[in-house]
Ligand binder design. Structure first.
Ligand SMILES: [Zn+2]
Length: 432
């Protein structure tokens, strides 16, 4: 487990040296030493395309680790608190001393603080899962707060004070700078808002829009991907370009029209003589999966529509909405979890799914922990349900609709499992 991180740069300890180079070295060494599992602790919102140096280096570090150790588990905790932490402790110290407290980011920065021991336990559980290869876990606390809300909670619970107004609504830059410098001086910590800030609207991390044109009845957005150059074969970084090519992706529609992305990508030569790959291409992490023809956000929407509306109706609906896809594509999208061979599902959701509304029904199986549809059965019957469950003996809890159509199938196929009637709508589970 690599848990080394840096919050303030000084001297040779830079975000790049610690979060990218060192992380990659650890991953390379781990692979050479035959280590079976590697967990890399990163941070929530890590993004190689961010304008914030800290977030960008975290994102590049993740890419470097995955390039060197493809199965590495990435762990992205939100800001953590606990005894002697670098988050609440300095805030408390300052709140106790100062009559006025700076409201960084005008108090609007969103934070989802999580308790350090919860994160530690979640990491242990994540490492225990046999299927946890190349997974990214994001750990946040149960509630998101704005920075201002958080300060109010802290002041009330720890100092027993109530505060009506914290700061002028629009502090001038001068005031802000003074506060920033002052905060650093007292705590020698960086200001929170930079670390937690989310990048502005783009097509996705590391993708820069270069042109938008209307081509007949569709929009064509030309963009260029950030050059990354980490070889997936050996993990080494290359600086030698092989070629550039254009990758086409369908994105969310605009003004009811289809949006086609043309992203300029870079192919590199691997300079490592020992590596089997001669050339390799950059990927678009957070934007599209390898070889995919749609962006991740379109894929997620198609999955939701397909689950909610059923096969044929969904095809008509999404064509009208400007995200054309065939019903084969929809079914593939819906079952995208099943292609990864997930067999150890523990918490299962069962729901019916219409191939054609009112005519023929199938059954969708949803892994409630991973929030993924893992299978679609052609019919809706007790036997089919029972058979499927017999092949998945690890199921502990099954959530089903109230009508009880599946209740018998569950009793037969998974007598060990606890049945829960409609605790959560499956659609809301898939809406992430
Ligand atoms: Zn290589």
């Amino acid at each position: 487990m690599n848990a080394v991180s840096l919050h303030v740069e000084h001297g040779r300890e830079t975000f790049h040296s610690v979060h990218v180079e060192a992380a990659q070295r650890v991953a390379n060494q781990a692979r050479r030493a035959g280590v079976e599992r590697l967990a890399h602790i990163s941070g929530i919102g890590s993004d190689a395309g961010s304008s914030s140096l800290y977030i960008r280096k975290r994102g590049e570090g993740e890419l470097a680790v995955r390039a060197a150790f493809a199965d590495a588990i990435l762990i992205r905790p939100a800001v953590m608190f606990g005894p002697d932490d670098s988050f609440l402790t300095p805030i408390l110290k300052l709140l106790g001393r100062l009559p006025i407290y700076p409201m960084f980011g005008r108090g609007l920065t969103r934070l989802q603080p999580t308790y350090v021991e919860d994160v530690a336990e979640a990491i242990v559980r994540a490492l225990d899962r046999k299927d946890a290869h190349a997974i990214t876990f994001e750990f946040g606390g149960p509630r998101a707060y704005s920075y201002e809300q958080l300060l109010r909670v802290i002041v009330r619970s720890h100092l027993g004070l109530r505060i009506s107004n914290f700061a002028p609504k629009k502090p001038s830059n001068g005031v802000c700078l003074t506060f920033r410098a002052f905060y650093r001086l007292v705590t020698s910590r960086p200001v929170l808002s930079r670390m937690q800030a989310k990048s502005t609207w783009t097509l996705g991390p590391g993708v820069r829009v270069t042109a938008v044109e209307c081509d007949g009845d569709r929009w064509v957005i030309s963009a260029a991907a950030r050059e990354i150059g980490f070889c997936p074969g050996c993990g080494a970084r290359s600086r030698r370009r092989h070629s550039r090519y254009s990758r086409c992706l369908q994105d969310l529609p605009a003004q009811g029209a289809v949006v086609a992305l043309k992203v300029l990508m870079t192919r590199w030569r691997c300079l490592n003589r020992l590596c089997a790959r001669k050339t390799f291409s950059d990927q678009l992490p957070g934007v599209a999966a390898r070889h995919a023809r749609r962006t991740l956000r379109v894929g997620r929407l198609l999955q939701l529509f397909a689950h909610g509306a059923g096969g044929k109706p969904c095809e008509r609906l999404i064509n009208r909405l400007g995200m054309p896809a065939s019903d084969d594509t929809l079914l593939r999208q819906l079952k995208r979890g099943s292609s990864r061979g997930i067999n150890d599902v523990r918490a299962l959701g069962i729901d019916d799914w219409s191939w054609r509304k009112g005519e023929s029904y199938g059954t969708v199986m949803v892994d409630l922990e991973r929030r993924e549809v893992i299978d679609v059965l052609p019919g809706r019957s007790t036997e089919e349900t029972a058979d499927w469950l017999r092949q998945h003996p690890n199921v502990e809890v099954v959530s089903r609709d109230r009508c009880g159509l599946y209740a018998q199938g569950i009793r037969h196929g998974a007598p060990q499992a606890r049945q829960v009637a409609d605790r959560v709508s499956l659609n809301s589970i898939l809406e992430y």
